[in-house]
Design a binder for this molecule. Structure first.
Ligand code: G3H
Ligand code: ZN
Length: 287
């Protein structure tokens, strides 16, 4: 069932587990994520970056694919379709297309402008029952053209944005998009605690979920994180499985060139990542 992210994340925050945001890229990604969520009786959030939205033929096509697949495969667990790192214009486009959750990433604006734009988007989204994620500070690295300096969130700015009625709150706490460098210092838990103090129990979001060790994930959940975003890890798993298939020459055996066969190992590899994340985050049987 298609739902906003609000209730599923409030429940997660209250009961002390995390819901995975799995970023999607195409049909295989959507099918893999939905099938594992259903298999494990877990809620799930499908993340759509602006770049991935364009790649899939626009937000309306994304909504068409997801809602038709939910019906076709009889997916009964809660599913939210969430705009990831949305721009001001992108937020309105995704809202018009029927997304059930929107991230407006105003973290690169001066704080006053982030406040004004976030306030406006909260009003527009809430009028349609759509949840809103805001961001303060920034996530290091790059994702689909969204580049961040990795600034630690300022608690005063967090308090300001949290007071606008946002439903989920992302803060820069030393997390980075993509693979973590060997010399990464880990998550800044003092910063996370400070964010938690000033955000009135709003479910917190941990971006850059790829490669964060299990103990740090668990600790982050204990400090108020209720949504963890994973993108690169699925892409990497897909790539490795596809590479193995081709290097083993399977694409040249019989009908191995058929895209339904060629893409199957990659899709299975995504399923394995999703299964591992839902289990680690603790959302199994929480649908
Ligand atoms: O917004 C999406 C994420 O923060 C994903 O980050 O590619 O490092 O898993 P990741
Ligand atoms: Zn992110």
């Amino acid at each position: 069932a298609l739902v906003s992210a609000k209730e599923m994340l409030q429940k997660a925050r209250k009961e002390g587990y995390g819901v995975a945001q799995i970023n999607i890229n195409n049909l295989e990604w959507i099918k893999s994520a939905l099938s594992v969520a259903q298999e494990l009786n877990s809620p799930i959030i499908l993340g759509v970056s602006e770049g991935a939205g364009k790649y899939m033929g626009g937000y309306k096509n994304v909504m068409g694919m997801v809602s038709n697949l939910i019906e076709f495969y009889n997916i009964t667990v809660p599913v939210a379709v969430h705009l990831d790192h949305g721009s001001y214009e992108g937020a309105y486009k995704a809202l018009a297309a029927g997304f059930t959750s929107i991230m407006f990433d105003g973290s690169h604006y001066p704080i006053e402008e982030n406040v004004e734009k976030t306030r406006e988007i909260v009003a527009a989204c809430h009028a349609k029952g759509v949840s809103v994620e805001a961001e303060v500070g920034s996530i290091g690295g790059e994702e689909d053209g969204v580049v961040g300096a990795g600034e630690i969130a300022d608690p005063q700015e967090c308090a300001l944005i949290a007071s606008l009625g946002v439903d989920l709150f992302a803060a820069g706490i030393g997390n980075i998009h993509g693979k973590y460098p060997a010399n990464w210092k880990g998550l800044d838990f003092e910063a996370l605690e400070a964010v938690k103090e000033v955000t009135n129990g709003i479910p917190l979001v941990l971006h850059g979920g790829t490669g964060i060790p299990a103990d740090m994930i668990k600790k982050a959940i204990s400090l108020g994180v209720a949504k963890i975003n994973v993108n690169t890890e699925c892409q990497w798993a897909f790539q490795q499985a596809t590479r193995e298939y081709i290097l083993a020459g399977k694409d040249l055996e019989g009908k191995g060139f058929d895209p339904r066969k060629l893409l199957a190992p990659g899709a299975k590899a995504i399923e394995n990542v999703v299964r591992e994340k839902l289990t680690l985050f603790g959302s199994v049987n929480k649908a």
